[in-house]
Write a protein that binds this ligand. Sequence first.
Ligand SMILES: C[S@@+](CC[C@H](N)C(=O)[O-])C[C@H]1O[C@@H](n2cnc3c(N)ncnc32)[C@H](O)[C@@H]1O
Length: 266
Amino acid sequence: MGIDFSQIAGRYERYSSVQKSAADILLGLLEIKDADDVLDLGCGAGNLTRKIKAMTKGRVVGIDPSEGMIKEAMGKNKDTNITFELKNAEEINYSDSFDVIFSNSAFQWFRDPKKTIERCYTALRKGGRIGIQAPAKKIYSPNFIEAVEKVEQDARTKSIFAHFRSPWFFMETPDEYGRLFEDKGFKVAFSKIECIKTNYTPGEVFQIFSSGAIAGYLNQDCYDTKINENYTDTFKKIVKDAFVKQANDEGKVELVFNRIFLIAVK
Ligand SMILES: C[S@@+](CC[C@H](N)C(=O)[O-])C[C@H]1O[C@@H](n2cnc3c(N)ncnc32)[C@H](O)[C@@H]1O
């Protein structure tokens, strides 16, 4: 009875505005050339993979472990020659195959980031570059954390929420992220945590929450007890109400996100 990315896939492209705008910054930093072969790691519904394909005549491959996401990506990109593959980032097995690896809003989900970085190093050609954008710091979004704290405290949800185990990987500083890549042989060309603030209505903030974070907070695999429909419905209601309370007099919530932007070169 949980929610994972397969359930989100159909509405992902519509709801993922924060991932999209962060991706534009990452694409600006990566400067994809028109013959680059590119791997999109954690490609989701493939909307950014399509954007990348429009930048290069080279080979473009998207990988993601969510069946629903890969199905959506294949369905929406039939007329492009992008290859989509169902796999975890940890499982890639390419050697000297790509000029660029792009990974947007997915790194925090990787179960074994060190192994993934090692595999990425092998997958890239010499001089190839990897660009990562992902939520960073334990307080990756104070708005989301505050809303989920309400779930943690609410009598209707607190006993089940006590069984939640975060699936995410966050580091606190750009140097810590940089060292992960240097340890596997990369030279870090750019590493910065940006605090991005954007105004949205509470409803939009809930949609944004529903395009990513919910696939962890309401995923059965992240609980060591059974979660049921009553719990997921109440969880959503508490979080929605919390976003309404975060709105200012103009009815807008200032949504804050800490994001790591990192470029490393082989
Ligand atoms: C928020 S979506 C981002 C999708 C896309 N890159 C974008 O920015 O729109 C996160 C994606 O990471 C994928 N993901 C989760 N664990 C992963 C792993 N171990 N390896 C690769 N991708 C993973 C999820 O299935 C999901 O599609």
